[in-house]
Ligand binder design. Sequence first.
Ligand code: E4P
Length: 217
Amino acid sequence: MKFFVDTADVAAIAELNALGMVDGVTTNPSLILKSGRDILEVTKEICSIVAGPVSAEVVSLKADEMIAEGRKLADIAPNITVKVPLTWDGLKACKVLSDAGHMVNVTLCFSANQALIAAKAGATFISPFIGRLDDINMDGLDLIADIRTIYDNYNFKTQILAASIRTVNHVTECARIGADVMTAPPEVIRKLASHPLTDAGLAQFLKDWEKTGQKIL
Ligand code: E4P
């Protein structure tokens, strides 16, 4: 499973990228707001750090305007993935932009039928939002599993980009189901390394080591 980091925080991206944890980046208008940066500037900086796909989201509602915005975003760097919402106009923009050779991430997906139609419109990535479904008492992971089955049934090439990941268990389950990619905030990626037994074991080892009176360096 590829790891994308869901942030426009350049310092966090650079730190995780240096560890080999970043196969790509996803941003959205809320994350751009959180960064306090200009979208074109910050996206260009992210693309200079990360070699993989970097999603930058359009903000218009009409297909023609989305296409124009998508082209402008795609001019930033060759690894830009244009992110469009899962609306009828978004699908039209997806088809035009993907036919023109751009990578397209169709976002705000909440049903298997939406994922099916995005694949038919040529999406490179489909972004089903797990956490936001969990928030309304539905099971976001069931959606990932349904899309996996449907895409495999018909050999669709669209990659499942599991989004709105809130917990480390979401990551485990996405890997178990076979999502192609997961995108998570930096803090969730960092938490993947934590385990209380690791902490307890390390504390015991260091206590015993101190008793030996030895030094390695
Ligand atoms: C990624 O592409 C999405 O925009 C993001 O994962 C949404 O996450 P949230 O539901 O935690 O805001």
